[in-house]
Design a binder for this molecule. Sequence first.
Ligand SMILES: [Zn+2]
Ligand SMILES: [Zn+2]
Length: 265
Amino acid sequence: MLCDFHIHTGFSDDSDTPPALQIERAIALGMERICITDHHDYDVVSQIDFTLDFPAYLSAMTQLRRQYRDRIRVEIGVELGLQRHIAGYLNELTRTYELDYIIGSRHFIDGLDPYYPAFYEGRTLKEALRRFFEVSLKTVQALDCFDSFGHLDYIVRYFPEKNTNYRPACYADYIDPLLQTLIQKGKALECNTGGFRYRLGHPNPREEILRRYRELGGELITVGSDAHTPDYVGIEFDRTAQLLRECGFRYYTVYHRRKAEMLPL
Ligand SMILES: [Zn+2]
Ligand SMILES: [Zn+2]
């Protein structure tokens, strides 16, 4: 089974799951390696506190890594909320703490979280998506403090109509340069299987975008479930391995101490 490199625990304010339960679930699924990636979104206005207590988190994860070392390899990561205006802060943060892997995710757009309906007020769904991809492109162009760009089209999860009218090709003027920027910078693209949990029938991003990344020369694909509870760890990973092979990938990527390693699909 593929290694799950996007897992949340109770260190994220939107999860109540003790880290050991996520690790036990991964072992039960036969995984040899995972990465815990709790949220850290700095300087956002939200009902949820998405900031991470790094010293407490790193200490707990280091202890768990040691405790489980004979049964599974636990890497220590973070899902970092990317925003251009805090570039200096993010650079300093990622220099300060020793992490194995950093997912860079764009969670807030114009100060709003697309999880909530306020983001869509006064915009058509197409306008909302255009704005989301435009901001994502500028973010990826401006920032370097991450290893893989997280769940590129995840906001379709929260649309009232989900992804029924979503055509990635309509946004190629943003998505193509975004993918090219990742490739030029040596950054990975994340294939996030949380899309299946939201009943999209696809990962985030969709297959068209994964295939396009490969066509443009992209090779670094990370895979993660985005599980906040044990039942979603490794969700649809067998199907995803097949899907990635069909998109032209032979390997996927994991990280240790921020260095990429390729594993066969
Ligand atoms: Zn996320
Ligand atoms: Zn996540």
